[in-house]
Design a protein around this ligand. Structure first.
Ligand code: ADP
Ligand code: MG
Length: 715
């Protein structure tokens, strides 16, 4: 198994289509070599004319637009390749605003008029598709424009074949836009943000003396947490089936406080499922590499080697899809909900983020020469400034109804965004700020002269697992992302806010340099100013500690606890201004996202509340009544009193939930979201509290739902 080099990353690692990763020997399985089902650069090279291949490659490398005249030849080669591999259909895969992946299948075969069929796939069909846009949420963008949307081929994310026992499907990653060019999906803004960041970073690199780099790529590697449970339990729980989480369930006697699960051995069935998932993913060119048990029972993690943001984000969608479908082959169900079990650790998706040049320089790598240090400190300061300025937006970028149960629930970072730098790096910044050397570091800062920047610590060393945004040696790890989330928007935000901060710092640096200053000294000054102004966002203590909430508020940091609290940040003035300036999202596009996300919150809360009501009324209450009957028949005085009292309370709580589930007249938008949060979700919690007590008084054989102790521990 090849391990990724964390230092001195070769340019190949930053290849925009993730292709270079294919050269890593990630598998010993000769029948299923890495990327076997990917229309990779190697396949393209074999099958395209030399010129076409070169033009396509330069499109990929430089992020240029594709020459449409190439499309027919590429389409023909792609079709031949796909047919040879058994594909009968092709699909434009895209990511509507729901955060899911959508596809519409078309057959390659068309009747030829003689009763036979010919395989046909033109450049036009490759480049553009027209799904029925009306069935996807657009947050009103489409209403005043044409009702149609179209998918456009994204040549920077490689096409691949999804196998199925009964056939195979050629999948073409695409962007989804309205005819007026407005982004109806998650991919377009991400691509735009990558362009924005590249331009800003290249500008700054020139000032910093880098004349060689021409493109900067942002990279992501996501550590995905998930649960695997036996499907029998799943199908016996209407709440899991319809909402992805348990709406009822008392805490099991044996819980995750027994940490024998963490990094413990993996049960054979689970391991078999993981191995097959990994094999499938490798065939699709997804470079997955790690697996271990997570903290909670039944919880695991999978992580890929990082790729550029676009490919990494597409691959992450594919990973979730594969995890779900392979699990079923083993009689398991993969739960990607952020909090499937109350009182048990939830699942996140740590979004490791960095940026690197096409010459192979990871800009978040401290490096061991002073020149690297200058550049690292500059870009690191930009990240700090960006996160501080747009903390609310970052919080909003990970908001969802599932997250509301996870963030701050004692196993995940709170809803307050802060940065952990690590003690050594903090020392370096503090020394730059004060202009005074750290007596413990030999040869360090004595003056803000040319020698101000000593070698930096190579790796952050210490870790803080409670931080929502931590520097981890050569990348930042955005840990607040939810397990079911698409990575596209959080990374769109990261890229754009950092682009903005880089431009701001570069402008200041330029001024100082025009004044005829030394580069290192000028950078030190810029870093010092920015650090001083933004250091309130740094926090190295325990983020799970209650005291942090009070301190954060005192510092003026935002504590946006729930989705309705966070979403308005999407339309806040600094957000709108920035996205507009970098042409990543127009105000209309932002409004549409706000509306779609708010609507999803309302709809999901309602589905949960209705499901909770049904289960309580038609499963749990009857179980209580049966128990009471049993008690009455026993003739023993006093028996069943507890159940009786709880049943009465449950009846009342169900009544309250029933009322909450009726929407007040004329209420919509944010007001309705607040109704959902403060009335429906609150009433649901009320019902649950009583039901969970009943679970402990009613005989096992009468209890209608599989219990946590079964679901989590029986594999
Ligand atoms: P750790 O969290 O212990 O540092 P790893 O080194 O295994 O763990 O990295 C965790 C994740 O971070 C992996 O998915 C990895 O690919 C990703 N990662 C590593 N370097 C980068 C980078 N430069 N940019 C983005 N992600 C990265
Ligand atoms: Mg990690």
């Amino acid at each position: 198994m090849t391990t990724i080099r964390q230092k001195n990353v070769q340019s190949a690692q930053w290849s925009p289509n993730g292709e270079a990763l294919g050269t890593l020997d990630l598998t010993k399985d000769k029948n299923n070599p890495f990327g076997a089902n990917v229309f990779s650069a190697a396949v393209q090279k074999d099958r395209l004319k030399g010129d076409t291949f070169k033009q396509l490659q330069s499109t990929l490398e430089q992020g240029e637009a594709l020459d449409p005249s190439l499309a027919d030849e590429v389409a023909e080669a792609m079709k031949e390749w796909a047919l040879e591999r058994g594909a009968t259909h092709y699909t434009h895969v895209f990511q509507p605003l729901t955060g899911l992946t959508a596809e519409k299948h078309d057959s390659f075969f068309e009747p030829d008029g003689t009763g036979r069929a010919v395989a046909d796939f033109s450049g036009k069909e490759l480049i553009q598709g027209e799904p029925d846009a009306s069935s996807f949420p657009t947050g009103g963008v489409r209403a005043t424009f044409e009702a149609r949307g179209y998918t456009a081929w994204d040549p920077t994310s490689p096409a691949f074949i999804l196998e199925n026992p009964n056939g195979a499907l050629l999948c073409i990653p695409t962007a989804f836009a309205s005819w007026t060019g407005e982004a109806l999906d998650a991919k377009i803004p991400l691509l735009r943000s990558m362009d924005a960041l590249s331009e800003s970073a290249i500008g700054a690199l020139r000032l910093l003396g880098d004349e060689k780099s021409n493109r900067v790529f942002t990279t992501i590697g996501a550590e995905q947490e998930y649960f695997l449970i036996d499907e029998h339990y799943y199908f016996d729980r209407p709440d899991l089936v319809t909402t992805g989480r348990t709406l009822f369930g008392a805490k099991p006697p044996k819980g995750h406080e027994l940490d024998d699960h963490y990094f413990g051995s993996i049960e054979p069935r689970i391991l078999a499922c993981m191995l097959e998932t990994e094999t499938e993913l490798r065939k699709l060119g997804v470079p997955v590499k790690t697996r271990h048990n997570e903290v909670a029972p039944g919880q695991y993690e999978i992580a890929p080697i990082f790729e550029n943001s676009n490919v990494g984000s597409d691959h992450q969608q594919l990973t979730m899809q594969m995890m779900r479908s392979v699990a079923r082959r083993y009689g398991l169900v993969c739960l990607l909900h952020e909090k499937p079990f109350a009182g048990v650790n939830g699942s996140g998706k740590h979004n490791n983020w960095s940026m690197g040049t096409d010459t192979g320089h990871n800009l978040m790598e401290p490096g061991d020469t002073p020149a690297d240090n200058v550049s690292f400190l500059f870009f690191c300061a930009a990240v700090i400034q960006a996160v501080n300025k747009h903390q609310g937006l970052l919080r909003a970028s990970v908001a969802s109804i599932g997250q509301d149960h996870r963030l701050g629930a004692n196993e995940a970072p709170p809803a307050i965004i802060s940065i952990f730098l690590g003690a050594e790096l903090e020392k370096v910044f503090a020394a730059i700020e004060s202009g005074e050397g750290d007596p413990h570091t030999p040869g360090s800062f004595l003056e803000l002269g040319a020698s101000v920047l000593p070698p930096l610590p190579m790796h952050g060393g210490d870790r803080n697992r409670t931080s929502p945004f931590a520097f981890t040696g050569n990348k930042f790890e955005f840990r607040a992302v939810g397990s079911s989330a698409s990575l596209a928007f959080p990374n769109t935000v990261l890229n754009t806010i950092v682009a903005e901060a880089i431009d701001d710092l570069a402008g200041k640096l330029k001024q100082k340099l025009e004044g005829g200053g030394d580069l290192a000294a000028a950078v030190a000054e810029v870093v010092k100013e920015s650090y001083s102004a933004n250091k309130a966002i740094l926090f190295s203590g325990d983020n799970y500690d209650e005291a942090w909430h009070a301190e954060a508020v005192e510092r003026g940091l935002k504590d946006l606890k729930t989705t309705p609290d966070a979403l308005p940040e999407v339309l806040a003035e600094p957000t709108v201004e920035m996205f507009d300036k970098y042409a990543v999202l127009s105000e209309r596009e932002l409004e549409s996202r706000y509306e779609v996300w708010l609507e999803q919150y309302i709809i999901n809360a309602n589905i949960e509340a209705e499901t909770a009501h049904d289960i309580a009324k038609t499963m749990i209450l009857p179980a209580a009544l049966r128990h009471l009957e049993l008690c009455a028949n026993s003739g023993l005085p006093g028996v069943g009193q507890e159940t009786s009292a709880l049943a009465a309370k449950l009846l009342a709580a169900i009544g309250e939930l029933e009322q909450a589930n009726v929407y007040p007249d004329g209420v919509e938008g944010m007001e309705l979201a607040l109704h959902a949060r403060d009335k429906q979700i609150a009433a649901m919690a009320g019902v649950r509290e009583i039901a969970d007590q009943l679970e402990k008084t009613i005989p096992n054989e009468l209890w209608p739902l599989p219990k946590y102790s079964e679901i989590l521990f029986v594999r």
